[in-house]
Design a protein around this ligand. Sequence first.
Ligand SMILES: Nc1ncnc2c1ncn2[C@@H]1O[C@H](COP(=O)(O)OP(=O)(O)OP(=O)(O)O)[C@@H](O)[C@H]1O
Ligand SMILES: [Zn+2]
Length: 729
Amino acid sequence: MSERFDEGQLVGVLTTEPLGRPLDYKAPEGGCVTGDLVEVPLGPRRVLGCVWGKGEGGFDPARVRPVTRVLDAAPLRDEMRAFLQRAADYTLTPLPQMLRLATRAPDLAAGPATRRVLRASGREPARETEARLRVMDALDAWHGARVTASELAAEAGVSSAVIKGLVKAGVLIEEDAPRDLPYPHLNPALPHKELSDGQAQAAAALRASVAGGRYGTTLLKGVTGSGKTEVYLEAVAECLRQGRQALVLLPEIALTAGFLDRVQARFGARPAEWHSGVTSTERRRLWRMIGTGDAQLVVGARSALFLPFRELGLIVVDEEHDTSYKQEEGVLYNARDMAVLRASICGAQVVLASATPSLETWVNADSGKYARLDLTARFGAAELPQMRAIDMRAERLPSNRWVSETLAAQVQTRIAAGEQALLFLNRRGYAPVTICRACGHQVGCSECDARMVEHRFLKRLICHQCGASRPVPEACPACSVEGRMAAVGPGVERLAEEVAERFPEARVSVLSSDLFTTARALKEAIETIAAGGADIIIGTQIVAKGHNFPLLTLVGVIDADLGLQGSDLRAAERTFQLMRQVAGRAGRAEKPGTALLQTHQPEHPVIRAILTGNEEDFWRAEAAERRMAGAPPYGRMAGIILSHPDVAVVFDVAAELARRDGPLRAIGAQVWGPAPAPIARVRGRHRVRLLVKADRTAPLQAALAEWAAQIKLPTNLRLAIDIDPQSFL
Ligand SMILES: Nc1ncnc2c1ncn2[C@@H]1O[C@H](COP(=O)(O)OP(=O)(O)OP(=O)(O)O)[C@@H](O)[C@H]1O
Ligand SMILES: [Zn+2]
């Protein structure tokens, strides 16, 4: 309950400093209420905090300091504070760290009501240098959003002199603008696209759920290209009609551009955006407008879940199966699960959209915990691609070639017809291994237990764990013999080389996250491809996610077996999702598409499931296996990773933890390990894993907390607890 505190009354203020619990302060002049964001003195500093409730008392009142001031921002609401508390408990994260996630906007305490911003005057630069063109491009990309000179310079990668020059030349106009303007109004009454019958039914069901005004989660399962976006936009429309706010989470920034256009077409204006590609001015504006209700719809990355919405009515998690929803550093949380938690606290609806849902979600829908809506056909005339295996045991490939004759012939046919082909290989760089032909040495990272990957565009070897890089050596680092270093295995860059040789006339575009320094560059590459600017696209998993390439009619998977190796609990599920998603890029417009999977084991059950498309059978079988093994979602797991520069220290601590498993045994949980992590050393730190398994209903978090608290950790030993781990590296 929101409570008022008059000047001088004791309040408990939670700060973002690592202190654990709220500290006592006196309410400032004018008083304050629970949820108020405040500035408080802490030692010699002033820090950001949030009024969490009554003070604890028990201190000498004369020594309790007053709150410095209440910030001019909407207080964090009860449901938001409850969400932070529950999320902290669930992920075993200290509450201050959660508050930091929720206040991650610059300058919250700051002030001037206006600031100097720039806009284009419409006049073209008289002298067009490359730097000036970059500035104009950057301005265009923001669609008229206001930017400061320093933001513009940083985004365009130019010096402030270039900006000043453009102001002087009258190309840019400087003006004072109020900070934090509300966002343009989105109008749900504008007409929507004409929906197919299936879409209309699903949209009606979602509208009814949103209109109900209570919590509920729905799996919107629609085959690739079925038009899930148009359907959930109708849920957004209903939410806006109710005067509540909506949040749409996307797994990849490169997808936002297309989505923003669709929002504009549907509601007449663009929504607010929240992700790493947004300027800090915009972040601050968005954070504040969310709190006052002046932003109706936010499109964002997973961290948008921690924005202080005033009246959240709907959360859409698009491509809900995507692994990027799991934050793997800092606070370890799964945005899909936290979305459900948040919605259940504030009485909002959740829509989980995917063509290939996660097994967890599928099971929740199967058991009736979530509602489920299905779109079984592609929109309009488009048909689902045909899928076939290419049996690599029957293909003759010279060494250092990866495109079979069968696949190459198909590619040839497509480009001759003016269509596009996509070759998918989930490996960045040129070659995964560099080996010395004289002594057999494989070049590894000096700080990590990982091979270095050759990146030929950059002319360097790079460690994918820590990012360390060095030139490709002439002589072997082990035996010093010169000229015998050789690349082994394919990465997308090497595949591009092969393709360029085989199809010298074709325009080839390589899409791999490391080849693009900015989100905008990637976005542009994607738009160019969609417009027909390439014949052959070579890509890693970033091409699998939700893109629309109308001319694309052939998808060739270079190595469908790649993800099936290894013992990961989710290997089958992940391979199934990835293959079906990447295949789903083909034939999305009038011309039908085909997906060809190069595999050495065409009779493998997962490969067969991918090809036959019997999705329900696949999930049912997968679910049965997990149930037998007591694995998630039928059992619960927590991964514990300990790391330290000294291998003996980290093993000792891990062994002691494993021995003192009383608190875990008390809830019927088991500890497995310690064992070296699959990547046993990263950045010079040795890594050891423990795995805890428990029944679905066991109070796992409390037991884990008690268990870990038994041991005093040596300095510099890091212990991370990952509830519901997704990756086992
Ligand atoms: N009702 C409609 N009217 C006109 N065009 C539509 C309609 N529904 C979908 N489309 C078009 O069909 C294509 C596929 O739609 P959308 O991107 O929403 O599919 P999806 O289900 O999200 O697919 P994926 O899972 O592969 O990302 C888009 O180009 C979209 O504009
Ligand atoms: Zn490294």
